[in-house]
Write a protein that binds this ligand. Structure first.
Ligand code: FAD
Length: 403
């Protein structure tokens, strides 16, 4: 074995033999993996990677997986660092990439607004240039993790005279400043993980801009593709550990419901029921096919590109989780109607059934994923969009905006 990938595999094996044991301190291990350039194999060597092709990266990831060692996969699974790698200046990369890989910087996504969710290009939060800084005003909503965030990935309108997709800029907004007020929102699950964010004369240096002025829409597409990719991956096939998409991370890890439910079917004595077995098998097949599809999406997305295939995986995962929720209810029978800490299994069932809606809405709704799949994968005609080429200021409802 002397071809380049064999060399890397040998190096990985030596690294694992020298440093890995299941009892190792997780934070120390994480830092070791990052600093020895195993965390993001497809990335350039300058930024903690090894410039590996997707196929070669998988070979090395398997070496870690077989050893039971977490760590690789952040090149696909870390949306913050991935977006920064793709669009940040070298100064921003030097400041943020390592802390992001280490999960030392808390982040949130400042995209959705009360009047702009599915139609994100309709945002009205505005940034106006003031010397070396931008002054930001507006309101965001459904912002997961905003209360603890150090920075937010913000889309703001910087030119009202361009059509809606073309006047948006992407910023790395410091959250801990007077102009940023975060108010929690209560969810159906009982959690209050997402928030309203009111932004009043908040400041962001121009050096914290990702991508070019008024080209933020294209930065956003990369960031969204990362998020959807992460939301389409079940835990078994996904990155071993590490930050996943903001919303996914904020709402718990992504399960392999077929395996969890097979265990439950055994526990409740229904594993020999033919109808249950069929449904478990159907769920299993869908999950496995989706994992394979996600591998395709990863291969296309490689290091930082965006792929509409990620929408397929996210949509499928949402459907799988809804189906799993129904099946789990049937397995539990009447006790599924119980709730509260005295009934942990039933409580968790109720939570995950409600939380399945997060996958159908967060990161773009199921309907929007279908639109993307129709237009960008199947080549169907685009939806009519009458305001697409109109200067944003002239779009109905915006004419009175004083910007
Ligand atoms: C748990 C959770 C966490 C979230 N976290 C974040 C976050 O961290 N940051 C952030 O910015 N946002 C976040 N969101 C917001 C999420 O991205 C939006 O809720 C989502 O994009 C939908 O936008 P909306 O709520 O404005 O609904 P709308 O866009 O008003 O949609 C309402 C309904 O109309 C449908 N619809 C709209 N347009 C079309 C169309 N063209 N074709 C077909 N159907 C259409 C939608 O599918 C939906 O069913 C989160 C949402 C949830 C549920």
């Amino acid at each position: 074995m002397s071809d380049p990938i064999s060399e890397v595999v040998r190096e990985a094996e030596e690294f694992l033999a020298a440093h890995w044991s299941p009892g190792v301190d997780p934070n120390e291990w994480r830092a070791l993996v990052i600093d020895h350039r195993w965390a993001a194999l497809r990335w350039p060597s300058q930024w903690f990677g090894r410039d590996l092709s997707d196929d070669d990266a998988k070979i090395v990831e398997d070496v870690f997986r077989e050893a039971g060692a977490p760590g690789p996969g952040q090149d696909i699974g870390n949306l913050w660092a991935g977006t920064m790698l793709s669009y940040g200046s070298d100064e921003l990369k030097a400041q943020f990439i390592r802390p992001l890989l280490l999960d030392e910087v808390a982040m949130c996504l400042l995209y959705s607004e009360p009047g702009a969710g599915s139609d994100l290009a309709g945002i009205r939060t505005t940034a106006v240039r003031d010397g070396d800084e931008w002054v930001v005003n507006g309101q965001k909503v459904w912002t997961s993790g905003a209360r603890d965030a150090d920075y937010g990935m913000l889309i703001a309108r910087t030119d009202w005279d361009q059509p809606k997709h073309r006047g948006i800029t992407f910023f790395w907004l410091p959250m801990r400043q007077d102009g940023v007020e975060v108010r929690p929102l209560r969810q159906a699950t009982g959690d209050a993980r997402f928030n309203e964010v009111f932004i009043t004369d908040a400041r962001v240096p121009d050096s914290n801009r990702l991508g070019d002025l008024n080209k933020g829409w294209w930065v956003l597409q990369t960031a969204l593709a990362y998020e959807r990719l992460v939301m389409g991956v079940s835990r078994r096939s996904g990155p071993a550990k590490g930050p996943v998409g903001a919303t996914a991370a904020a709402h718990g890890s992504i399960p392999t419901p077929d395996i969890v439910l097979t265990k439950l079917a055994r526990e409740v004595g229904k594993v020999d029921d033919i109808a249950i077995r069929q449904r478990l098998m159907r769920l299993h097949c869908k999950r496995v096919v989706n994992d394979l599809n996600t591998e395709r999406a990863k291969a296309v997305a490689k290091a930082g590109g965006s792929s509409p295939l990620a929408s397929l995986g996210k949509l499928a995962m949402a459907m799988i989780l809804h189906e799993a929720g129904h099946l789990e209810g049937e397995l539990l029978g009447m006790s599924a109607t119980l709730n509260g800490d005295a009934f942990p299994r039933e409580r968790d069932h109720n939570y995950s059934q409600l939380n399945a809606y997060f996958f159908s809405i967060g990161g773009g709704t199921d309907q929007i994923q279908r639109n993307i799949i129709g237009e960008r994968i199947l080549g169907l005609p685009k939806e009519p969009e009458v305001d697409r080429e109109v200067p944003f200021r002239e779009v109905r409802g915006n004419a009175a905006a004083k910007v």
